[in-house]
Design a protein around this ligand. Structure first.
Ligand code: NAD
Ligand code: DAU
Length: 357
């Protein structure tokens, strides 16, 4: 990031992590810049996630552009029009199960979209070195771990789902633009996030919503797959640290150092929701239902994030107990958000607010 007054192009800012990142940015005392949120508003993009930001900063320090990152002309025009000096690329198809049943969009957005952004940045920025292209990626590019060991930045890529293969390809493209064209880039590979605005197709929000409706809680396979969970705000602070201090061409792993099997996590969630809803501790556990495994289901992810801790002084700030409490509290406090997602009403809201401008 060129300075605290930078103009950032945040792609996918209406999604889960992107919207949390924009909230995070505007809370930072040392950020005085401007955010241009470019989002195609797929099923996962919900501008309602940013209605407070729109109200407070819309038209001054926050601008929304509905666009596809695969649209070269539109993206180049946005980079030029707003004099963007920093790109933070969140936009992606992000759900592994969807990639298994329909990989095409993943190839298009995650690979072609990232390529298009890189081309636009290269074209508009030329040889400038006071700019930055930050690419947000996933630990899934490293494949699946056994019971021990951790993903390091130099772990060989071994993606196993169409989603992770498409993210791996995009990471390689970003890296190639650094070596070939000297485009200033950084990449981060993060573990599983959780927190507010998480789309309820992913494990944690899906389980919470199903509990509220007393529906089955589908646990894939034997429930012993392991994920390393990080509160989304901690991912945002890590990205912010990279924007400010990251070295060009470098990859930074980000993780929670917080491993749980899926079944342990679902049990914890059952207890947390029961506590908040004044139900007996075991109340929701009867809903747990083991279902067929995800094809090619990666067994374990675990991140070693010593590099970003040692080099950039980042560390997680939110414990798992606090993060889960904040997450469950948020879903219980936001029934309207849930209703809109479920009923598709946010699309009507969106048409009112954006399409007719
Ligand atoms: P999400 O699915 O919640 O949001 C994705 C956003 O991108 C949506 O707003 C969507 O409308 C937008 N988008 C999709 N295709 C687009 C296109 N062609 N052009 C413009 N916008 C488009 O995803 P998320 O969970 O917030 O993930 C954000 C990024 O972080 C992704 O790149 C993902 O790979 C990465 N990541 C996610 C996690 C996680 O746990 N969720 C962990 C590590 C990395
Ligand atoms: O590791 C980072 C990745 O984490 C991100 O790159 C992805 O964008 C993000 O979606 C997430 O991928 P996962 O596949 O790990 O997340 P998901 O929430 O889909 O699943 C978490 C675990 O829970 C996984 O082992 C599959 C299991 N699961 C998931 C669902 C939706 C179930 O057992 N039941 C379910 O219904």
């Amino acid at each position: 990031m060129a300075s605290s007054a930078s103009t950032l192009l945040v792609t996918g800012g209406a999604g889960f992590i992107g919207s949390n990142f924009i909230h995070y940015l505007f809370k930072q005392a040392d950020f005085t810049g401007t955010v241009i949120n470019v989002d195609k508003l797929t099923y996962a993009g919900n501008p309602e996630n940013l209605s407070d930001i729109e109200k407070e900063h819309g038209g001054t320090r926050y601008f929304f552009e509905k666009a596809d990152i695969c649209d070269h002309e539109k993206i180049s025009a946005v980079v030029e029009k707003y004099s963007i000096d920093t790109v933070v690329n969140f936009a992606a198809e992000s759900h592994v199960d969807r990639s298994i049943f329909g990989p095409k969009e993943f190839i298009q957005t995650n690979i072609v979209g990232t390529f298009t952004l890189l081309e636009a940045a290269k074209k508009v920025w030329g040889a400038r070195q006071d700019v930055l292209f930050h690419h947000v990626s996933t630990d899934e590019v490293y494949g699946s771990l056994g019971e021990t060991d951790f993903f390091h930045e130099n772990t060989p890529y071994a993606p196993r789902s169409p989603y992770s293969a498409s993210k791996a390809a995009s990471d390689h493209l970003v890296s190639a633009y650094f070596y070939t064209y000297h485009l200033p880039v950084t990449i981060s590979n993060c573990s599983n996030n959780y927190g507010p605005f998480h789309f309820p197709e992913k494990l944690i929000p899906l389980m919470i919503l199903n509990m509220l409706e007393e529906k089955p809680l589908p646990v894939y396979g034997d429930g012993k797959n392991v994920r390393d969970w990080l509160f989304v705000e901690d991912h945002c602070s890590a990205i912010y640290a990279i924007l400010k201090k990251g070295r060009h061409g470098e990859t930074y792993n980000i993780g929670g150092e917080n491993e749980w099997t899926n079944i342990e996590l679902v049990n914890l969630l059952c207890e947390k929701v029961a506590e908040k809803n004044n139900k007996p501790r075991e109340y929701y556990k009867k809903l747990i239902t083991f279902v067929n495994d995800r094809p090619g289901h990666d067994r374990r992810y675990a991140i070693n994030c010593d590099k970003i801790k040692n080099e950039l002084g980042w560390k997680q700030a939110v414990t798992f107990a606090e993060g889960l409490d904040r997450t469950v509290t948020w879903y219980l406090a936001n029934p309207e958000w849930i209703e809109h997602i479920k009923s598709g009403e946010y699309r009507t809201w969106l048409e009112k607010n954006y399409e007719t401008r």
